[in-house]
Write a protein that binds this ligand. Sequence first.
Ligand SMILES: Cc1cc2nc3c(=O)[nH]c(=O)nc-3n(C[C@H](O)[C@H](O)[C@H](O)COP(=O)(O)O)c2cc1C
Length: 167
Amino acid sequence: MPTRVLVAYGTTNGSTAQIAEAVAEILDKEGLTAEALPARSVESVAPYDAVVVGGALYAGRWHKDARRFVRRHRHELAERPLWLFSSGPLDPSASERDIPPVPGVKKVMVRLDAREHVTFGGRLEEGAKGWVARMILRSGKGGDFRDFTAIQAWAAHVAAEFVGAAS
Ligand SMILES: Cc1cc2nc3c(=O)[nH]c(=O)nc-3n(C[C@H](O)[C@H](O)[C@H](O)COP(=O)(O)O)c2cc1C
């Protein structure tokens, strides 16, 4: 049986979904069977051998879909290899250094014994929902700071760790 990996994500404007899809694509390429799904649409994690959870950062917190997902499935998640990622910074900082998890995500890491967390840069572009988003855009702070080379490298590293853990 191939190793099945769920990549569950919480997104408002779609950029975290694209990161999750890129992660799932690399996991597939590395020989696992991965699927990226919106965290809110996942009824059970029982069919999966390992889980990656990613959430956009909003006002210093993980996206609510990611928070609810880890709360709802905490028992199953605690029994599976688990990796977490956040996406947020609207500047190159995430490509330049490790950005630690926000406090809520740090708690999740500890409680569920997650193997690792990484922060990727975010994206904010015209059409984003909400007036705060529009204010940020108007002040010239938007852009796409996602580093897909780093995202793919991290996914390959997750795949390697999982294969290592399973053997
Ligand atoms: C209202 C608002 C609040 C945000 N708060 C944070 C934050 O606290 N930390 C951070 O790193 N990025 C923050 N961001 C940037 C978002 O995390 C970034 O745009 C992210 O890529 C959005 O993901 P999504 O497209 O999947 O919703 C914020 C953006 C908006 C519009």
